[in-house]
Design a protein around this ligand. Structure first.
Ligand code: TTP
Ligand code: MG
Length: 351
């Protein structure tokens, strides 16, 4: 049970960004959303939470609770940009990053030379220095516990849950802190006399399964600190490509290269939009008689932007055109996260 999972959750994310960008708002109750009477609150600064304001509260109610609060419209573009920067920091440590929301991610750092606690502290410090924001961070040996840990001392929290302290920390918590337990399941558990995680951990498994089915088994495991869900990065495409048929079959290398450049720039843009880079470039040619060939080249570093065209061109230049071409295509594969510094390279640089 290695401590290799980190969970990070930014504090009062939207509100903290607005306070950062407008120092007059620091220390004040700031409410994002709820600018129109019919809306709901997206989030509230910790100062505003003292008045009982929280996410998803109707604006009307928030205004009654805190009439002198500063109510702002959300600026989603800005929050997305911050989220992207956070992701770039995370990807310097591992490519096993699973975002749950704009401001929240799991990291599996098992493969890094530093240990998870060092990494978690470093990331927390960097978020403070580079983004002027605070995150709450949890470190543990599975996802459920890492998330509980990050939530434990919010805001600006740092918490480690290890096999040695797990019971002491999670046993006193209410059952709604178990992953996936909403009001309905909470009620069922309460009706069984189970109010705290300790009660679930020490209950009879067959009774839980009897009342809750497979979910009962899962909750029993969680209550005992067990969770075997992997940190799984979002699925990325296997390859991205573009191809075009010429209006007229052609053997004119200049025309073909111009077409290749346009296709490559579209592929590069598509890749960049997804924050990806590639290590393999493939050129596909279809001759006028419909015979088709493809040639690939693989690199041991990440290619982006114009590098993709240059790689494609290099491949194309080596091909002897037997006949007129009907179609040309370029595709990229072996896709990598653009911001992920490969560990090997990283280690070599250091050594
Ligand atoms: P949260 O992490 O749930 O909340 P938070 O970051 O504002 O506060 P904290 O983590 O310190 O408790 O959500 C992140 C952002 O997502 C939040 O700033 C605003 C947005 N959000 C909504 O727009 N509507 C919602 O109902 C929730 C819960 C969040
Ligand atoms: Mg948050």
């Amino acid at each position: 049970m290695e401590l290799e999972i980190i969970h990070l959750d930014m504090d009062a994310f939207y509100a903290a960004i607005e306070q950062r960008d407008n120092p007059e708002l620091k220390g004040k109750p700031v409410i994002i959303g709820g600018t129109s009477n019919r809306g709901v609150v997206s989030t509230a600064s910790y100062e505003a939470r003292k008045y009982g304001i929280h996410s998803a509260m109707p604006a009307m109610k928030a205004r009654k609770l805190c009439p002198h609060g500063v109510y702002l419209k959300p600026n989603h573009q800005k929050y997305k940009a911050v989220s992207k920067k956070l992701r770039q920091i995370f990807l310097e440590y591992t490519d096993l990053v699973e975002p749950l929301a704009l401001d929240e991610s799991f990291l599996n750092v098992a493969n890094h030379q530093l240990n998870s606690i060092q990494i978690a502290r470093q990331i927390k410090r960097r978020i403070q220095r580079e983004l002027d924001l605070t995150a709450s961070v949890g470190v543990s040996y599975n996802k459920f516990l890492a998330k509980l840990a990050s939530d434990y001392k919010k805001p600006d929290g740092f918490m480690i849950i290890s096999p040695a302290n797990v019971e002491e920390i999670i046993h006193p918590l209410e059952v709604n802190q178990l992953w996936g337990v909403g009001p309905k399941t909470e009620q069922k558990l309460n009706q069984m006399g189970l109010k705290r995680i300790k009660d679930v951990a020490e209950s009879e498994l067959f009774e839980l399964v009897d009342k809750l089915g497979a979910r009962g088994y899962q909750l029993y495991k969680l209550a005992n600190g067990e969770d075997n869900r992997e940190v799984s990065p979002p699925k990325r495409p296997k390859s991205i490509g573009k191809e075009r048929t010429f209006k007229q079959d052609s053997k004119n290398r200049k025309i073909i290269k111009a077409k290749l450049e346009r296709l490559a720039s579209k592929v590069a843009k598509n890749l960049a939009d997804k924050d990806l880079a590639c290590q393999t470039v493939t050129i596909k040619l279809k001759y006028a008689d419909f015979n088709q060939i493809s040639r690939s080249q693989t690199f041991n570093y990440n290619l982006t932007g114009e590098e993709i065209y240059h790689a494609g061109l290099e491949i194309f230049e080596k091909i002897e055109l037997e006949k007129k071409l009907r179609l040309i295509g370029i595709s990229v594969s072996n896709l990598k996260d653009k911001y992920y510094r490969q560990l090997k390279l990283f280690n070599e640089e250091k050594g």
